[in-house]
Design a protein around this ligand. Structure first.
Ligand code: FMN
Length: 182
């Protein structure tokens, strides 16, 4: 299969996930990996599957990715796989983190669903994991979301390790599963 993996990144977390997925798929498929800044949009129709990845910004996908997706042509039933990184904790950890995730990262999934509908493509699945945050975002999270000093200490320590080896493995298994499903 010919697979195109496109990503937008600011601090490389999402790029890492894109590279991990590309590595996993490369053994079995023809994979092109590139930033949305470099791709020629008209070439997308040459592929059998499109992966799109971006960081979460302000509770949804980063503006550059939203704009990129708006400018896509009709994708004529092309299978689409979405992925994103975020600094909110994973929702399955606790009910409290699920609430925070829904509030601070939940719209990323919706953005992929809307694109699939608008651009006539088939959203096969979406992957997400935590990604370390740049300093001003850490400050924001501490001042507005995880305000307790002790909790913040643990949160920050954990956040700074992502994406980690487990995220890598999960991203790679996910990518293989998605392509098998097509
Ligand atoms: C301007 C800005 C806004 C952000 N807003 C959110 C947010 O609303 N929710 C969240 O979970 N993470 C947020 N983050 C954290 C990023 O999603 C996270 O650090 C991500 O892994 C960065 O990916 P990148 O390294 O590919 O740019 C924000 C980061 C920036 C720079």
């Amino acid at each position: 299969m010919k697979i195109l993996i496109l990503y937008y990144t600011q601090s490389k977390n999402t790029q890492k996930i894109a590279s991990y997925m590309s590595e996993a798929l490369n053994d079995f498929h023809e994979v092109d990996l590139c930033s949305i800044k470099q791709v020629q949009i008209e070439k997308i129709s040459e592929y059998n599957c499109l992966f799109l990845g971006a960081p979460c910004h302000h509770s949804t996908l980063a503006k550059k990715m939203l704009k990129f997706m708006q400018n896509l042509p009709n994708l004529q039933n092309l299978p689409l796989v979405g992925f994103f990184t975020h600094s909110t904790a994973m929702p399955e950890v606790s009910e409290h983190y699920k609430k925070l995730y829904d509030e601070w990262a939940g719209n990323c999934q919706t953005a992929f669903e809307t694109t699939a509908k608008d651009k006539n493509c088939n959203l096969i699945g979406t992957f997400h994991c935590q990604g370390s945050a740049i300093f001003p975002i850490e400050l924001f999270i501490h001042s507005k979301i995880i305000t307790d000093k002790e909790k913040w200490k643990d949160y920050k320590k954990e956040l700074r390790t992502h994406p980690d080896e487990s995220d890598q493995k999960k991203a790679q298994q996910f990518a293989l599963r998605m392509v098998e499903a097509i």
